[in-house]
Design a protein around this ligand. Structure first.
Ligand code: MN
Length: 343
């Protein structure tokens, strides 16, 4: 079996809040990913199965492949139905917040969440939770909220209630946040949970295809073009840069999500430990950065691009032309050569 990491008091309190609720509202972060959607839908499946009226509310649109997860049709997009979103906060007896650590992460739902006086349970794996909730189950050492949620279900004695759709959604969350068990995945118990989810009927191969090997023709061509024509490799710094202008994005009929993961690609080249991707938006140049090892991209982003993030994954904005952004990036490489770059 798996170890008990969640304290008894939190479980006890969560259980009584859930027992006493008829209508439960599940809320997750903006631009929800597979962990956000997977966890939210799993909560919907499991708590519905014990007789609760469960609604899943998200702040904005999410990526098309996730709409194929079981139950996704039930999701309420708060950006399309703001009045209904408000009503859900009013009529629910309990709000369960999944996969985010502070109110600003729910984007346009933030005012509703802040003024909501209903009991709240937060279940999350991001650092430093800063949200007023009656129960906070925060475990940053957990690879995914879905993984933590599975543990919550077990502790609430709901393991037997997890059916095939719930298992599929939980596994989707775990696969998303570990890159299909490529990173953040050294916890042996992760695989015990995977085994249990497979036993419950989760289809890992279908999820792999859905989450990691589905792309539109336009996106595939845009990414191929970006690597072939636009990737600059700075061998002497162990760095790479890809930039895409508005015109280039338009040429390939870019839609949100089309360049997802592109920033990681140069890191596959031996010797490259720092990669940046710049995309021209209507009001700024959006910058994302990735690294391997101890090169702190969050530091670069917070110091120079008005952003931040994690040691190995961060982002920010640049105000100016693409040519200026590229030049600035080059000057940073030169300046920080000794400070940051470890080949
Ligand atoms: Mn997550």
């Amino acid at each position: 079996m798996i170890s008990r990491i969640i304290d008894e008091k939190s479980i006890h309190k969560a259980k009584s809040l859930i027992d006493n609720a008829e209508q439960i509202l599940v809320v997750t972060h903006m631009t929800p990913d597979g962990d956000a959607i997977g966890s939210s839908l799993a909560a919907m499946h499991v708590f519905s199965a014990i007789g609760k009226d469960v609604r899943v509310l998200i702040p904005d649109l999410y990526l098309a492949p996730l709409r194929k997860l079981p139950g996704a049709k039930e999701i309420v997009d708060g950006s399309r139905y703001p009045d209904f979103a408000e009503k859900l906060f009013e009529t629910s007896d309990l709000v369960i917040c999944l996969d985010f650590n502070e109110p600003s992460r729910v984007g346009r739902l933030e005012p509703l969440l802040r003024k909501c006086t209903k009991p709240k349970i937060l279940i999350d794996h991001h650092l430093n939770p800063d949200l007023e909730a009656d129960v906070i189950i925060s475990h940053p050492e957990m690879a995914a909220t879905a993984y933590l949620l599975f543990r919550v279900f077990c502790r609430l004695e709901l393991f037997n209630i997890i059916d095939r759709p719930a298992a599929q959604c939980l596994l989707a969350g775990m696969m998303t946040d570990t890159g299909n068990f490529a990173y953040n995945c050294s916890d042996p118990e992760l695989y015990i949970v995977v085994a249990e989810l497979l036993r419950k009927g989760a289809d890992k191969e279908a999820l792999y295809r859905l989450l990691f090997n589905t792309t539109s023709e336009n996106s595939m061509r845009l990414n191929a073009y970006a690597i072939l024509e636009k990737m600059k490799v700075f061998d002497e710094y162990g760095a790479a840069l890809i930039s895409l202008s508005r015109e280039e994005l338009n040429r390939f009929h870019y839609v949100k999500g089309d360049t997802e993961g592109l920033v990681n690609r140069p890191l596959a080249i031996p010797g490259i430990c720092y990669s940046a991707f710049m995309r021209e938006e209507s009001d700024c140049i959006r910058v994302s950065m990735r690294s391997v090892g101890d090169f702190p991209v969050n530091k670069v982003c917070s110091e120079h691009f008005d952003g931040g993030g994690h040691l190995n994954a961060a982002g920010g904005d640049f105000h100016g032309t693409m040519a200026e952004a590229e030049e600035f990036f080059r000057s940073l490489l030169q300046e920080n050569k000794d400070k940051y770059i470890h080949k």
